[in-house]
Design a protein around this ligand. Structure first.
Ligand SMILES: [Zn+2]
Length: 174
């Protein structure tokens, strides 16, 4: 097998962007502002073509994780009755923050498309760019940054949950 064939096998074919869904995510973000939500909107388009909307509900729900993308992913999973959104596409009005990007990874969506970016969000007073820097930092520079302490403190029981998980015959892998 030649080298290019190997590369082609390893690169997933991207689901093409649908501009109408991206515009919908942006309009949801604008509507969200008018309805006391944050200025963010998202749409999940499932493998079978269902379109599920979400907007930022952080201040409405007192839920710092209720970003538009997470809201849309939660609704999509609830509607489909699954934790696996393989084949779905996530459209967001703004570049997903690290939490939302990780949520999309956990949900196994195929592609993420966004309109504005982290710098646009930062210009409006949101911490997206700071958080991206936090993840990009080394442990040393992260500690010096003073944003939040994160430290590995291994206990004797640390892997006990994984030991229990490995031998559980009824486990559902995800
Ligand atoms: Zn987010």
């Amino acid at each position: 097998m030649d080298r290019n064939a190997v590369i082609n096998q390893s690169v997933r074919t991207a689901v093409p962007v649908d501009a109408a869904h991206l515009e919908k995510a942006v309009s949801l973000a604008v509507d969200s502002v008018a309805n006391a939500g944050g200025p963010f909107g998202a749409v999940v388009v499932t493998r079978d073509g269902r379109v599920i909307e979400g907007n930022n509900r952080v201040t409405q729900d007192n839920d710092p994780t209720a970003h538009a993308e997470v809201t849309a992913i939660r609704r999509a999973c609830a509607e489909l009755g699954t934790f696996d959104l393989s084949g779905a596409v996530l459209y967001s009005s703004c570049e997903p923050c690290p939490m939302c990007l990780a949520s999309a990874l956990w949900a196994r969506v195929d592609a993420v498309y966004f309109a504005a970016d982290r710098h646009d969000a930062a210009a409006a007073g949101f911490d997206d760019a700071v958080f991206y820097d936090f993840f990009a930092a080394t442990p040393e520079t992260r500690a010096a940054g003073g944003v939040m302490t994160v430290r590995h403190e291994r206990t004797g029981s640390a892997v006990a949950p994984f030991d229990a998980w490995r031998v559980l015959e009824t486990r559902i892998d995800y």
